[in-house]
Design a protein around this ligand. Structure first.
Ligand SMILES: *Cc1c(COP(=O)(O)O)cnc(C)c1O
Length: 385
């Protein structure tokens, strides 16, 4: 009897462990030199020319991003229902309202061709989410934003590394991009996130607001060799700074980002090949020359599967394999549904996809046998029909 294969696992090596130990021995537990290095490395990863601001989650990063671009009470922010609740909850933190636009019928991403019809006088920003690590149609989204003078904040929690028209997400013409290093993401620090921007004023505001609204940068305050007791509070900021312990992990995870991606791509290729004749719709792919991060591998059961999604997941669990569902669309959660009187008919694509999606395990710690086990289990479960 083999052990249970979890849906996701982080891939932490000796380099990460040694760096954490080094941080512990150094006495820098909270934000300090390792975090500064992680930020510099992250900016370099994206080719420089951006500022990277480390935070303790992507949720914190999205909140700071919206605060920095001036989102406030009564404003509207366009986003997708096909995401984790973080993307929309941060809009509510600031008293603004999410406006949900249905997803594209071929991808799981916001339907960029519909975005403009939702723009009103109150629309201040758009938050596209690169679902699973497949880039949104950013040219269309950026064009609408430019035309109506709206900001764009990319939720790139799944999108490291993702390329759109040959460019890494994080280097496009949006205002801010936010990454997550939550335990299950493509690079992981347990909890953690990164804000990326080319706008110096936005970067400055995010740095101030991530640590209580203190006017001096956190690094000056903690690492200055001069007496550093004096500071001034210029706003009621937040406690969103990333610890050096987490950054120690992040520094080494980032170095492996492309190697990790190669592994994920290999798993995706093997799944594609193994499942092509089964009654499932395979996940959409990136365009030629672009990169899908393969944070998620989402299949859709077709009518030919003659099986409910929930049964499929239960049968996989019976065979010792963890699956998941990305996502229960936000319009189906009580808070969002009731607050904004959302109906499934407003989001036909998201609603329909939700019923037959299954996320299969795809992570770098999977061995060849693990991958074969998943393939065999999927075939057996669907063979029964
Ligand atoms: C994971 C995730 C977040 C939140 O990330 P945290 O770092 O856990 O705050 C936001 N958006 C999406 C799409 C996510 O998957």
């Amino acid at each position: 009897m083999s052990t249970f294969l979890p849906f996701a696992l982080p891939d932490i090596g000796e380099d990460e462990i040694n760096e954490v130990v080094n941080s512990l021995r150094s006495g820098w537990l909270t934000t300090g030199p390792k975090t500064k290095q992680f930020e510099e490395d992250f900016a370099d990863f994206l080719g420089g020319n951006v500022e990277a601001i480390a935070v303790n989650s992507a949720t914190a990063g999205l909140h700071l991003a919206l605060e920095a671009i001036g989102i406030g009470p009564g404003d509207e922010v366009i986003t997708t229902p096909y995401t984790f609740t973080s993307t929309a909850e941060v809009i509510r933190y600031l008293g603004a309202h999410p406006v949900f636009v249905d997803i594209d019928q071929n991808t799981f991403n916001i339907d960029a061709s519909k975005v403009e019809s939702y723009v009103t006088e109150r629309t201040k920003a758009i938050i596209p989410v690169h679902v699973g690590g497949l880039a949104c149609d950013m040219d269309k989204i950026l064009a609408v934003a430019k035309k109506h003078n709206i900001k764009v904040v990319e939720d790139a929690a799944h999108a490291l590394p993702t390329k759109y028209k040959g460019k890494l997400i994080g280097t496009l013409d949006s205002d801010i991009t936010v990454y997550s290093f939550y335990a299950t993401k493509t690079i992981a620090t347990g909890e953690g996130g990164m804000i990326v921007t080319r706008n110096k004023d936005i970067a400055k505001r995010c740095r101030v607001m991530r640590l209580h609204g203190i006017s001096r940068d956190v690094f000056d305050r903690y690492t200055s060799t001069k007496p550093a007791w004096h500071y001034q509070i210029i706003a009621p900021g937040f406690k969103y700074n990333l610890t050096d312990v987490a950054s120690s992990i992040g520094i080494h995870q980032l170095k492996k980002a492309w190697a990790f991606h190669k592994k994920r791509q290999e798993i995706a290729n093997r799944y594609d090949d193994a499942f092509k004749d089964l009654p499932v719709i395979l996940p959409p792919h990136a365009n030629e020359g672009d990169v899908h991060s393969w944070h998620l591998y989402v299949i859709r059961l077709t009518d030919g599967a003659k099986m409910e999604r929930n049964d499929f997941i239960q049968k996989m669990a019976d065979k010792g394999i963890g699956c998941s569902v990305h996502y229960i669309p936000l319009h189906m959660h009580p808070y969002w549904r009731d607050t904004y009187k959302l109906q499934p008919e407003q989001f036909p694509n998201a609603t329909e996809k939700y019923n037959d999606i299954v996320s299969l395990p795809i992570y770098t710690k999977m061995t060849d046998e693990d991958i074969e086990r998943v393939i065999k289990a999927v075939k057996e479960v669907l063979a029964g029909c």
